[in-house]
Design a protein around this ligand. Structure first.
Ligand SMILES: Cc1ncc(COP(=O)(O)O)c(C=O)c1O
Length: 415
């Protein structure tokens, strides 16, 4: 079996060389934003140094900008398994894109229509839809969760679905507890009643290959800063829908795809960096000895080695946490079900708050996140407000040594 060449890969990331008073820093804050490889930094700098211009004029830097953006649309299409780069819209971040789309889609709803959101989601995939429903007089239904393992309760989904349902918004993976949702089944059930489906793939994107065709959704969003790129969001939608729904846009800006959904001047340098991030991921499989030709196949090869590496780290982390006294891990902990979660692990301690633990770990150069992670519907449902959880996020550049250091520090802090 091919293995991820983690130490080789880490040398691509300048930030991973950071040291503090107690030695090397270990980044477990990937769910809030991952570090970036040098190739991404170079792509951003190269754009600003040599190609900086606005789009659409008949001179060198403007034409180069158009070409760089086109290539980035193609790269994201490959990343998401879409065949049409025109179906990819860039924007400042997932939240802003979702607020824009929800306002526009919400205009097609009427009083009495229904939408469905989940208790497991980041608020960016809940409140935009709730606000759009409020404006239209539509009713909001919820997919409940099983608090024992933080999985979606599909029976409550089935009960909420009806011919009145216009849209179902659900996450691919939880950014708080790591649960991977059965998105294909959910979109299929939505389609059966004629509802649209919107998938928030922000948290899933660094962990697994996304395939919009296989998922069967109508819209999908993600954010490059969660998969080793700069701070840029992106939206994929079916061409027919992106063409038929009317966006809030300015008169002089194009009405063609993808531009009609990309309001204002874009962050060109960071979009250049998005392409570099995807191309970086595409190199990971080859480094592990997996041959592939197209960028899509290279991405598939990359996730073939990323997933087992991350899963082993997740197993190591969950095993270590199990031995800590007065700690409750939220989400799937069963060793046999690690394929149903990504290695984003949240726990609470009986006495210490997540912020207290995070501050103590930071003294040892261990960067973890305390709070609700904006997964407020979940932390409220679990009764974990106001402190939330302590979240440890593992991505492909993390190592078994880092997990050992983290567990040793946790044993000290918690004892
Ligand atoms: C699952 C999930 N959805 C949505 C968001 C919001 O993304 P953005 O910061 O790009 O608006 C985040 C950010 O943490 C997230 O983790």
């Amino acid at each position: 079996m091919h293995q991820l060449a983690v130490h080789e890969l880490r040398s691509n990331f300048p930030a991973l060389a950071r040291t503090g008073p107690s030695g090397p820093v270990a980044y477990f804050d990937g769910p809030a934003g991952t570090q970036v490889p040098q190739a991404v930094i170079d792509a951003v700098a190269d754009y600003l140094a040599h190609h900086n211009a606005n789009c659409g004029a008949p001179f060198g830097t403007s034409e180069e900008t158009d070409a760089i953006l086109s290539e980035a649309h193609r790269a994201v299409a490959d990343f998401l398994g879409a065949s049409d780069p025109g179906e990819i819209a860039f924007g400042p971040n997932m939240t802003t894109l979702t607020l824009a789309l929800s306002r526009a889609v919400g205009k097609t709803w009427q009083a009495g229509d229904e939408i469905i959101v989940s208790r497991l989601d980041h608020d960016a995939n809940v409140t935009p839809w709730v606000l759009a429903a409020r404006d239209a007089g539509a009713v909001v239904q919820h997919i409940e969760i099983d608090p024992a393992d933080c999985t979606l309760d599909l029976e409550s989904f089935e009960n909420a679905l009806s011919e009145k349902t216009r849209l179902v918004a659900v996450g691919y993976a939880s950014n708080c507890v790591g649960t991977i949702n059965p998105v294909r089944r959910i979109t299929e059930m939505a389609r059966q009643v004629g509802a649209l489906s919107f998938i928030d793939a922000v948290h899933y994107a660094p962990h697994g290959l996304i395939d919009v065709g296989e998922i069967g959704c109508d819209f999908l969003v993600c954010s490059a800063y969660k998969f080793f790129g700069p701070h840029v969001g992106m939206l994929w939608g079916r061409r027919k829908l992106l063409e038929s729904v009317t966006p809030y846009k300015l008169r002089p800006s194009t009405n063609k795809l993808p531009g009609r959904w990309m309001t204002g001047t874009q962050n060109h340098e960071c979009i250049a960096g998005v392409r570099a991030a995807i191309d970086y991921i595409a190199t990971i499989g080859a480094q592990a000895g997996q041959a592939a030709e197209s960028r899509r196949d290279k991405l598939r090869a990359a996730f073939n080695v990323i997933t087992p590496h991350e899963r082993e780290l997740g197993r190591q982390l969950l095993t270590g946490l199990r031995e800590l006294p007065n700690v409750r891990v939220w989400g799937i902990t069963d060793e046999d079900r690690l394929n149903q979660r990504v290695p984003t692990v949240s726990f609470t301690h009986e006495r210490l708050t997540p912020r207290e633990i995070a501050a103590r770990l930071a003294e040892s150069g261990l960067f973890v996140w305390p709070g609700n992670h904006y997964a407020l519907p979940l932390t409220e449902t679990l009764g974990l407000e106001p402190h939330g959880t302590l979240r440890i996020g593992v991505v492909h550049y993390n190592t078994a040594d880092e997990i050992d250091r983290l567990l040793a520090a946790l044993r000290r802090v918690i004892a």
